[in-house]
Design a protein around this ligand. Structure first.
Ligand code: IPM
Ligand code: MN
Length: 353
């Protein structure tokens, strides 16, 4: 019996998570996977009421779950940074979810803005380091509000942090068993300190422990170019936190949009958290028009990470069937030709067959 914590969060989060849970239930009832859910009231509304984005006691409770299923974080009435740092990043850091795993996969039946590219060309995985880099929160502002204002934002990188992300990526590449090629995305020509650490760790770890995996390197600017021009060159990409954040939004676009892009914040030895990467989309809140497929795919990743492959595959096949059915007109919010809950019903029906 698994215990899954559910954080609907802000904006469209609760709506899309509701559909994800519907599909999870349909698939699990077939495979016999048992879990209990506990809902957590976290996000902007709670913050506005209590002034606390994440009470310590709630964090401690969350440590006791097998997984966390998250909708979205971000509220228009809360200043930028408060919920992001106080809730989402705090969960990632405190639970040491050092991997942010983001598959970029174009399913048949989904439109991509890339001309002449299809499901055969757009199918790779980004392994984003998730606890360091520019996200560390180190730095500060001195002489604020004066003409001499100075601000720093430290790109904190440890060999330990880079190496564990790199090892995870090599393993993921081996497990995927496709091109067996791992691309390090960096900026060794300018960020000559942190990316030197990454570059050496990458080659040292690869040479010693993963001789079966081809090692490839691309600067981040070139990576964005190749992602558009030749996405088929990628199998697995490993990168630091900030670059991973940026390139995975591009990845989401080429796989059909934020409505389908899912991610997992993974601690391979601890509690992992799964989320659609699209955010809270305040303008669509409560309208039942957001695409729930990313949230449903996050549920698939959750099951995969728990080792429940049959349930995960059932969810993936259900998503695939819905996407080729022609019933969903578009994956953009408000243009699906169906409501959020109707898309959830459709996929749940396939998952339960
Ligand atoms: C993401 C988001 C977050 C990030 C924000 C909301 C803090 O953009 O999950 O990609 O930058 O990691
Ligand atoms: Mn992002």
């Amino acid at each position: 019996m698994y215990r899954i914590a559910v954080i609907g969060g802000d904006g469209i989060g609760p709506e899309v998570v509701r559909e994800g849970l519907k599909v999870l239930e349909a698939a699990s009832s077939k495979t016999g996977v048992k879990y209990e859910l506990e809902q957590f009231d976290l996000g902007g509304e709670r913050y506005l009421r209590t002034n606390e984005p994440l009470p310590d006691s709630v964090l401690e409770e969350l440590r006791g779950f097998d997984a966390i299923y998250l909708g979205a974080v971000g509220h228009p009435e809360v200043a930028p940074g408060i919920l992001e740092k106080g809730l989402l990043l705090r969960l990632r850091f405190e639970l040491d979810q050092y991997i942010n795993l983001r598959p970029v996969k174009l399913y048949p039946g989904v439109e991509t803005p890339l001309k002449d590219k299809g499901p055969d060309e757009i199918d790779f995985v980004v392994v984003r380091e998730n606890t360091e880099g520019l996200y560390s929160g180190m730095g500060g502002i001195q002489y604020k509000g004066t003409p001499h204002e100075v601000s720093t934002q430290i790109h904190m990188t440890t060999r330990f942090g880079a190496e564990r992300a790199i090892r995870y990526a090599f393993e993921a590449c081996r497990k995927r068993n496709r091109a067996k090629k791992l691309t390090l995305c960096g900026k060794t020509n300018v960020l000559t300190f942190v990316h030197d650490t990454w570059f050496r760790a990458f080659h040292e770890v690869g040479a010693v422990d993963f001789p079966d995996i081809e090692r490839d390197y691309a600067h981040v600017d070139a990576t964005t170019m190749w992602m558009v021009k030749n996405p088929e060159w990628f199998d697995v990409i490993v990168t630091e936190n900030m670059f991973g954040d940026i390139i995975t939004d591009l990845g989401a676009m080429i796989q059909g949009g934020l409505g389908v892009a899912a991610g997992g914040n993974i601690n391979p030895e601890g509690v992992s958290m799964f989320e659609p990467i699209g955010g809270s989309a305040p303008k669509y809140t409560g309208m039942n028009v957001a695409c729930p497929i990313a949230a449903i795919a996050a549920g698939q990743m959750l099951m995969e990470t728990l080792g429940e492959d049959a349930t995960a595959q059932r969810i993936e096949r259900a998503i695939e069937r819905a996407l080729v059915s022609g019933k969903i007109k578009s994956l953009a919010a408000g243009r699906m030709g169906m409501s959020t809950s109707e898309v959830g019903d459709l996929i749940a029906a396939y998952a339960g067959e």
